[in-house]
Design a protein around this ligand. Sequence first.
Ligand code: AHG
Ligand code: MN
Ligand code: MN
Length: 333
Amino acid sequence: MSKSLLQFIIEEQRNIPGATGDFTGLLNDIVSACKQIAHDVNKGALIGVLGSAGSENVQGETQKKLDVITNEIFIKANEWSGHLAAMASEEMDDIYPIPAQYPKGKYLVTFDPLDGSSNIDVNISVGTIFSILRCPEGVTEPTAADFMQPGTKQVCAGYALYGPATMIVLTTGHGVNGFTLDRDVGDFFLTHPNMSIPADTAEFAINMSNRRFWEEPVQRYVEECVKGKDGGREKNFNMRWVASMVAEVHRILTRGGIFMYPFDTKDPTKPGKLRLMYEANPMSFIVEQAGGLSSTGRGRIMEIVPSGLHQRVPVILGSKNEVERVVGYHLEG
Ligand code: AHG
Ligand code: MN
Ligand code: MN
């Protein structure tokens, strides 16, 4: 039998001088949240969790019942154990400070409890994304300002993918490892050690319906992919769009590819769709740790100093040579 996720983390922790076990405890709570979410997502209509909640989140998006339920599950699993000082989620306007009755810890977590939630009612893969930061030294009552750390400061990032199998993929800055849930045993086991993204690919992912709103460099790149063997690249490309970032990133980690949700002019108040703190940064950390690249087109995503919890950024990530090409087109323009 392969290693359990917990064994893997404890063994990793032994290599970190001065580690107290706090981080292991935190990750264990996150894993337990993901197991509970996997359960609810898997039961679906049987337990009445599909459909709309009839409410809107801070970003003006209609919340699904499961957006609300999974947010609650994540909070409940993580607030009590003394590893966190505060949390921030896609589904909450402001940060969630740890309630007074619980001890406070030295970490902060940002999360997207249910990524790809437009897919939930049609039974297509969804996920959970998380990013762990250190609470600044000496801060016991963190505010949103304490979360405004660039992605390079992440201690750990990961996602759970609720697909045909439930998986957790994570990095602590020493490569990327994937674990699969054995439902009978109730634990995740290491099934995908040292995941790495091939530098070259012939597969791109973008929402083509936004084509008329893209900037010239993205128009040019996609045009070349679509022309295939008959165009300048002299190579055929395949296209995928799941509309669950977790599923797209997992595909790219498995067989390569490029994923783009680039800057567009569709809504002038939104410079891209994906959120920096709980989508773009954690996925960028994972992708870079697997040998890929992640950029806005004009700069490395993980170097952005955040200005808001729900800030949006353009995202271009995946196989190194393709991302470099798209970035090159931006720099030429
Ligand atoms: P969420 O469900 O957490 O709001 O995120 C959905 C995101 C992302 O997962 C996906 O890549 C993208 O939105 C899909 O957007 P379109 O519907 O515009 O294709
Ligand atoms: Mn999302
Ligand atoms: Mn979400």
